[in-house]
Ligand binder design. Structure first.
Ligand code: OSB
Ligand code: MG
Length: 368
């Protein structure tokens, strides 16, 4: 690969089609950083999954911006770096995995474009379509929730995930299960429970859930292991898994039986692939999570989700579930609930210049 001669950061803001409510709070706008890497041969794009507030993780847009601008990008500028070297060159920066992942994605994109290879092919996937699920925020009423679930099932989604929190759990799950006895259903608590209020989680056992995602604290594996021992329903970890080492520890401890893989949370696509590989080796199912990504991050997620160990539908929903106007050509789901993995070189998509200009609120170039 030729040397990286320019790295540009863009903060973008896109209105969501409807507010997304979780146990953290409500979001009405998707706000994230896009990273553009330029070499003599071409351009690559990456998306940072951090949000505007440090709630899901300690990273947030303002912190990721500084990490990228002042530390991560300068470590790469002027160097002839392969994607597999990005983690090593930036390893001295502790944490900041979402920022690192965005940079690695952009380097992968430009490097693969130079060779005219798709990300999916580079990762070694064999499928060209993946099954899709949808994550539904906490609704303001049961009627609204049931309406949303019915609408998404009519669109073809193959798995419904309901956000829950203490006090908004058994009732909505019971209602959705009663209306749809056979649908693949899961819940995501975003770390809102403690082992003391786990009785609600035990009540959820009656509804044949695929999994309970991240019920307890983001930084605790031992309590999750204790909880999993008392539940038939598989626990799936999201926030708690920040690396392949975390995934190995969680599986060995019995803290979960299923892993939600998000490339941004674990520091990049290559680390995400390592989690896939180790889970597959022990027959632990994984699936591709989402962070309300724009088309840039969505393209990368779809390639990852096509790896063979991703046996459960991902939070890889259609662009229209999030945005009226995405920054790329929209990702569309077929009525059978599957979406095509981008076949083109690199991540397979790029921002549409007019859309990008419209949503960009800040641009800055990294310097050495
Ligand atoms: O916990 O999986 C999560 C969105 C933002 C932050 C965290 C999560 C989510 C989702 C939505 O559940 C997934 C998606 O549709 O992108
Ligand atoms: Mg989650």
């Amino acid at each position: 690969m030729s040397a990286i001669r320019d790295i540009e950061l863009r903060l973008i803001e896109l209105p969501l089609v409807r507010p997304f409510r979780t146990s953290f709070g409500e979001e009405t706008t998707k706000s994230c950083i896009l990273v553009r890497v330029e070499t003599d041969e071409g351009v690559g794009w990456g998306e940072c999954v951090a949000g505007s507030r440090p709630d899901y993780s300690e990273e947030f847009n303002a912190s990721a911006w500084l990490a990228l601008r002042d530390h991560l990008a300068p470590a790469l500028l002027g160097k002839d770096i392969r994607p597999a070297d990005v983690a090593g060159v930036t390893a001295w920066v502790r944490g900041n995995r979402m920022a690192k992942a965005a940079l690695e994605m952009a380097v992968l994109d430009v490097w693969l474009r130079e060779q005219e290879i798709s990300l999916a092919r580079h990762l070694g996937v064999e499928r060209d379509r993946v099954p899709c699920g949808v994550s539904i925020g906490i609704a303001s009423s049961l009627d609204e929730l049931l309406e949303r679930v019915a609408a998404h099932l009519a669109e073809g989604y193959r798995r419904i995930k309901l956000k829950i929190q203490p006090g908004t759990d058994v009732e909505p799950v019971a209602a959705v299960r009663a209306a749809h006895p056979d649908v693949a259903l899961s819940v995501d608590a975003n770390a809102a429970y403690t082992i003391e209020d786990a009785s609600a989680l035990r009540e959820l056992e009656a509804f044949g859930l695929l999994m309970i995602e991240q019920p307890l604290a983001y930084d605790d594996l031992v309590e999750h292991a204790k909880l999993q021992r008392t539940l038939r329903t598989p626990v799936c970890l999201d926030e708690s898994i920040r690396s392949a080492a975390d995934a190995a520890a969680a599986l060995e401890l019995g803290a979960c039986r299923i892993v939600n893989v998000k490339q941004g949370r674990v520091g990049g696509l290559l680390e995400a692939q390592r989690i896939h590989d180790l889970a597959l080796a022990q027959d632990a199912p994984v699936w591709c999570g989402g962070m309300l990504e724009t088309g840039i991050g969505r393209a990368a997620n779809l390639a990852l989700a096509a790896l063979p160990g991703f046996t459960l539908p991902g939070d890889t929903s259609a662009s229209a579930r999030y945005f009226d106007a995405d920054v790329t050509e929209p990702f569309v789901m077929d009525p059978d609930g599957t979406m095509a993995v981008p076949p083109g070189p690199g991540i397979g998509v790029e921002p549409l210049p007019d859309c990008l200009a419209e949503v960009t609120v800040r641009t800055e170039r990294a310097r050495t």
